[in-house]
Design a protein around this ligand. Sequence first.
Ligand SMILES: [Zn+2]
Length: 253
Amino acid sequence: MSGDDALEQLAAHLHDARQIVVLTGAGISTESGIPDFRGPQGLWTKDPSAERKATIQHYVADAEHRRQVWANRARGEVFGGEPNAGHVALAELERRAALHTLVTQNVDGLHQAAGSSPEIIVEIHGNIHEAKCLSCAWRGPMADTLERVRAGETDPTCVVCGGMLKSATISFGENLVPADLERAQVAAAGADVFLAIGTSLGVYPAAALPELALRAGAVLAVLNAAETPFDPLAGFVVRDRLGDVLPALVERI
Ligand SMILES: [Zn+2]
C-alpha cells in the first residue's frame, strides 16, 4: 500500500502503538550529503579497494594507513553533514508517539544532533564521535584524541594500556558490541510497530530485527528508495524521499 491513504493508516498505527522501534540506515543520511557505502553511488561500489581498507585487519596491520586516517581526521576530513528533515521528524516522533528504541546502522551521530534522546538510540555500528582502544575497554571523546594528533602524535595510543586506538565504529571484521545488539533485539521482539527507514535490510544482524518484530506480530513499514527482501512481508512500503515523507507521516500522528 502506498500514497496518502497509506500514510494516514501508518500514522494511525503509530498513534495507537505502545512500543515503536525504528531502524535507520545510510538512506536517511545520504540526504545530508553523507556518502552511502554500498548503494549504487556508494564509495565501495565505485572503489572496491576502499572496502578492503575498511577492514579491521588492514587497520591493525598497516601503520601508514592509520597515520593517514588520523591525519585526515585531524584536518577535519570526516563526513560533516547536518541533520535533515527526516532526522528531525524522527525526533518529533519521539514526542508524539511511543518511540521506544531508535536503532541506527549509521555512525554519524545525526539522530542525536536532530534532538533524539541519546537514551533511546542504539548505534549498532558504533560512532565516529568517540575513540576506543583495541586492547582494553578505554573510550573517550574523539576530539581529545584529535588534539593529541594535532600536537604531534601521528598514531596515538591508549593512555591506559598503550594499545592501538581507533574510532569507535565497527569496521568489517570487528564484532558488534553484544550489549548493543541484545538491546536492539529485545526492543524489536517487543515492538508492535517497526519502521525500517533508509536501509536495504540486506546485512545481518540489522536484517534480523524486522524479522523478530514480525514474529512478535508487529506491523512492519519499509521506507526505502530501493526494494528490500522484507517488502512482501511489510504492511506498508514507501519509496518517497525520506526528507519529504517522514515529516508528512509524523505530522499526521
Ligand atoms: Zn587500552
